[in-house]
Design a protein around this ligand. Structure first.
Ligand SMILES: [Cu+2]
Length: 166
């Protein structure tokens, strides 16, 4: 009886992860080939209280950043958010291709599809208190069904690995 209940809880955790007051849904990291410099990570994040996502790290990447996409003239560019990403209380913030995303740079290995990568998110609350959330994020070539951001076409993020200079 107990074993059955534990099994169900584990399945739920696989798609929705809570850490303290932060909920993460539909997380995925885009596949990367051997030698590729960087790739993106995407997810929906809902914080129960006002917070900021201030950092990201992963053992597969030398550097992790929180990025936004912005039009500069006719060109879509991305850049790290200097002060972190605001997570207003109760509002779901979506990181998706072509928009906000996690950036994993200086990749140490290929990221083939159907694997998972450990990703740690760092948060800071209004009082300045840090917290972190450790995730096992599935690797996928495109947004998995149910991730709510399935726009593979016209994705300015694809192939941007060479654009970063670190
Ligand atoms: Cu980026």
């Amino acid at each position: 009886m107990n074993i059955k209940i534990i099994g169900i809880a584990a399945m739920l955790l696989a798609s929705t992860v809570y850490a303290q007051s932060v909920k993460v849904e539909g997380a995925w990291v885009r596949t990367a080939v051997e030698g590729q410099q960087g790739t993106g990570g995407f997810m929906k994040i809902t914080a129960a209280q006002d917070m900021k996502l201030v950092g990201v790290s992963s053992p597969v990447a030398g550097v992790g950043e929180v990025h936004e996409m912005k039009m500069e003239g006719d060109v879509m560019k991305m850049r790290a958010l200097p002060g972190g990403l605001d997570l207003p209380a109760g509002k779901t913030v979506e990181l998706k291709p072509g928009g906000l995303h996690l950036m994993l740079l200086d990749l140490k290995q290929a990221l083939p599809k159907d694997t998972t990568v450990p990703v740690t998110l760092l948060f800071k609350d209004k009082a300045g208190k840090d917290s972190k959330l450790e995730l096992k994020v599935p690797v996928s070539a495109r947004a998995p069904a149910g991730a709510g951001s399935a726009t593979g076409a016209a994705d300015p993020h694809a192939g941007h690995g060479g654009a970063h200079k670190h």
